[in-house]
Design a protein around this ligand. Structure first.
Ligand SMILES: C[S@@+](CC[C@H](N)C(=O)[O-])C[C@H]1O[C@@H](n2cnc3c(N)ncnc32)[C@H](O)[C@@H]1O
Length: 228
């Protein structure tokens, strides 16, 4: 695995954690956290304490509102959340504690390292919602959606599985489609919607991040790519 991937751009922590958040990180997080070890696979079928029907992955879960809502809706699914930002992890752990959620594992690291550690065809859904846009052209290569990550996303997705993407940045929405289009195994599904900016009705409530974009007048695009 290429260690240069460990260079995660952007913040890893901003506000100091409140005392109860620190407590949860010390008491509850160790029961949920999966650490990545060199040359070791992370097999979803063995990391959850109770066996699960299927597995979903969320990359860059931010405050974890979406992940917690999905996990509550589907207790039969094992959810793996990946987020390097400690305040975000503390927020997800708070939701997990408040709702006694028992089907989430957390990886606090760069998603590209996690992807490399996952076996082929092991998850049936991947969510990457409102990823950091890296607006400047010279920073575009930092985007989590790239031709390299798409190869790994495709490898870990089961056949018939789906990649859920969302962004409130028009340029990134185009970039996502341009990156996916050459990949013959993915089909963009509209699921009865007229445009990509129609929010799918079965998605959980918008996260704080999504709400911020809406408040600022940005239209979001929601894409569901199905893998053949
Ligand atoms: C703009 S926020 C969106 C958060 C959340 N998905 C939402 O919709 O509210 C992007 C998130 O991606 C995380 N992130 C950035 N680079 C990442 C990486 N290499 N692997 C995993 N997560 C990453 C950031 O820490 C941040 O929490």
């Amino acid at each position: 695995m290429q260690q240069e991937y460990r260079k995660i751009w952007g913040r890893k922590q901003n506000r100091p954690l409140k005392e109860y958040q620190k407590n949860l990180l010390e008491t509850l997080l160790p029961q949920l956290q999966i650490s990545l070890k060199p040359e070791t696979k992370v097999d979803p079928t063995i990391i959850f304490p109770l066996s699960k029907e299927d597995y979903h992955l969320e990359i860059g879960f931010g405050g974890g509102e979406h992940l917690a809502a999905r996990a509550l809706q589907a207790p039969e699914i094992g959810f793996i959340g990946c987020e390097p930002f400690v305040n975000g992890v503390a927020s997800l752990v708070k939701h997990i504690d408040a709702h006694t959620i028992e089907n989430v594992c957390i990886v606090i690291d760069d998603a590209r390292l996690l992807l490399a550690a996952l076996p082929d065809q092991c998850v049936s859904r991947i969510y990457i919602l409102f990823p950091d846009p890296w607006h400047k052209k010279r920073h575009n290569k930092r985007r989590i959606i790239s031709s390299e990550t798409i190869s790994d996303l495709s490898r870990v997705l089961k056949s018939g599985g789906s990649l859920y993407l969302a962004t409130d940045i028009i340029d990134y929405a185009d970039w996502m489609q341009k990156t996916l289009k050459p990949r013959g195994e993915f089909t963009l599904e509209m699921n009865g919607r007229d445009t990509l900016t129609d929010r799918p009705t079965d998605w959980p409530s918008p996260t704080k991040y999504e709400q911020k974009g809406t408040k600022a007048g940005r239209n979001s695009s929601y894409m569901i790519y199905r893998k053949k």
